[in-house]
Ligand binder design. Sequence first.
Ligand code: TYM
Length: 344
Amino acid sequence: MAAFPQLVFSGVQPTGNFHLGNYLGALVKFVEMQAKYDCVYCVVDMHAITVPQDPAELTMHTREVTAAFLASGIDPKKNIVFNQSQVSGHAELAWVFNCVSRLGWLNRMTQFKEKAGKDRENASVGLYAYPNLMAADILVYRATHVPVGEDQKQHLELTRDIAQKFNNDFAASIERLGYGDAFFPLPEPIIQGPATRVMSLRDGSKKMSKSDPSDYSRINLSDDADQIAQKIRKAKTDPDALPSENAGLSGRPEAENLVGVFAALQGVTKDDVLKQFGGQNFSSFKSALVDLAVAKLGPVGSEMKRLQADHAYIDDVLRKGADRAREIASHNMTAVKDILGFVR
Ligand code: TYM
């Protein structure tokens, strides 16, 4: 396959309760990647409306996620930061992909099954077709690398299948127009580190999630030091001391989760953490985790709140980012239209 210029794309839904899993699984990676790559980071408001949203809250949460990006250290001058609905190329390419992607592929998506629940007949068509829009988000920029948490892996595999099928179905046209043997890259998921799947603090078998009814299940980026401390102290654990090696965490999901969170916040491996805390009980480990979490998350949370209140600044960042994103997306959409044979 032809070589594509390296470009990073990722997105976060503005659905409130931006939490530690989003921060460690996604944002920390976003920040790391900007040193090495050109990056496009998107607040995916069109994804959010696949389930009902209150319009005023959607606006607020869009600004909240943008503020979280900036407070974590994403530089909106170097990278492109914007909200999805301002760039029509996402919706246009999603339609094309609705016609490339197969029902059988979407039927296998576990996240749809989880989100639609028992009342599947009543789920929106958008919720079902959501992975096609996600593929369009990435491929409208012909992005090559996608940092995400573990839960997005299946959607990334589908994105690669869609890119591959488009390249095959239109191979002759792609070749004739001078794009070689592939128009779309097969984007690589970047799922790395000790916190690719942060679990609920109440139940180590469930993912930490924005929609968990218990606020004690997650640490929100907006939590203050007291809330962070309380949630960690109340977090479920088991009665044993911490092991000295990674292998000793197997079958102990709550312990594994807290060790993973510590490692990710500190920027070390789980083994490093266990070297330090192996043999100690949870109360001393939790105290150290509270100190670390407050030291790392506190400043990000307060900067996020400060930025979030400055609507004019946030909206300006999004508008300028969208202008830059639109330029790339519309250039690529023109090529897609030519490949498909649309008259323009
Ligand atoms: P969303 O908004 O649910 O989550 C944003 C990012 O946070 C990661 N994440 C987690 N990581 C570790 N532990 C957890 N408990 C946890 N919960 C969430 C997610 O994996 C994600 O990286 N479909 C996507 C948004 C999206 C997107 C895209 C992502 C839309 N288009 C294109 C990448 C590329 C979603 O719902 O993420």
